[in-house]
Design a protein around this ligand. Sequence first.
Ligand SMILES: [Zn+2]
Length: 309
Amino acid sequence: MDSPFSLARNQVFDDSEADVILQSSDNVEFRTYKSLLSLASPMFHGMFALPAPHKSDSTDEMRDGLPVVQMAEESTTLEKLLMFCHPAHAPTLNTLDEIKGVLATAKKYGMVGAEERAARFLRQFVVNEPLRVYCIAWNFQLEEEARLAARRLLASPLLPRRHVKELNYVPAIALHRLEEYHYSCQRTAKTVALAYGWINKEALIRFDAGLLCYSCTNGGDMTPVCNGHSISARSWWIDYMKAAAVALQERPCGATVKDPELLNNVFRKAAHCTLCRESVFTEMTEFCEIFAREVDRATELVNLELEEA
Ligand SMILES: [Zn+2]
């Protein structure tokens, strides 16, 4: 009769020197070493420190002379987890579901090293799946990954929010903390756009309509700059800063001020002026870089609270 148990396809787990069998919930055998498991997990360390059961006690617990440990995990998760515990192998985790499975199992067995290594794979999903990463990081108390994901989420409005399945598994406080953070960043970024103290005189003077650029004067209003100086800023630049403040209220990150739609409006307005149309593209491109850096610098100081209450 065929054995109901299949051997792991990965040859790493078919070593003749193995001294223990881990059996997954879908009946796949992983032949591995007590020493490796004991080093990786205090739970396995404790289990193997107990006296071995006598062979005649239970046919289920010994196979080919090796003790069998029944695991609740499926073979796909178990294989990745055991690879993380093996010093000669560097497994990769290709989906967020794989990462979640390994994190949950590593946590269950107290495998701190495997948990840390699996957590690093979360970072490659921050750009495209920030909300899913945030929820997973919250659940596994991975602060660094939660902060990276929350920061990435500043590039989108808080609402409307696409539903992701991980939202079903985080407490309301996780979302509340994320919203608090987003609101704080909104306020901070908006202040950058409306108060010009951070712009040095050399960067700002280019937007001074001065006495030459009549068509771009800002109704004579003077704009205070650093060190008590004021300039008569070009109207299209003032309009841009106001529009940027509105946009930052929704998406409080540096990339927002470089939004092509925002800049095209500036170029269109400046094109009406014979003096400004020559230089607006270069000047605004340079200025946007400084502006974006300042927004990111300011919002970087905003703290994301990760405590439950
Ligand atoms: Zn002009």
